[in-house]
Ligand binder design. Sequence first.
Ligand code: SF4
Ligand code: SF4
Length: 146
Amino acid sequence: MNSRNKIDYVEVTETKSVAIDKKCAKCRKSICCNSINQKIPAPKSIYDFDHLLWQVSHENINIFKDADGWFLHVHSACAHLGNGGVCGIYERRPMVCRDYNNDYCEFDESIEEAAEHFFSTYEQLEKYCRKRFKKWDKRFKKAGYA
Ligand code: SF4
Ligand code: SF4
């Protein structure tokens, strides 16, 4: 779930679920309920990027930059996501879900396609860092590591 967006596509009553948004009804994967985008401080130094290398090395973690800044993208389905994209706690869903707007969402364009930079592996980010920092490979020595 991206804090910049809003989800308001199903209305759950005690007896039924009703798709109220045509676009979301077409979106079989409920993409927005299957990940978290957490904004992070813009990395600047070699050490900031070295830290991101550790994070992107973990399963289901990506890092991207778009017009709004840098984000950790965590692929993880919400525990309340039910069959057919129904929210199991619709009446009690958090504010970030209530604020979600599907005007322009991942159904239109994936984060990977829309982002200026998108890194899903250590190797991808390392390649970027090597280009960005001339002294990238000397960082351990400079910091006093063997
Ligand atoms: S990704 Fe977009 S279209 Fe799909 S369920 Fe979420 S808001 Fe609706
Ligand atoms: S609480 Fe409901 S609307 Fe929010 S991410 Fe989970 S399933 Fe989606």
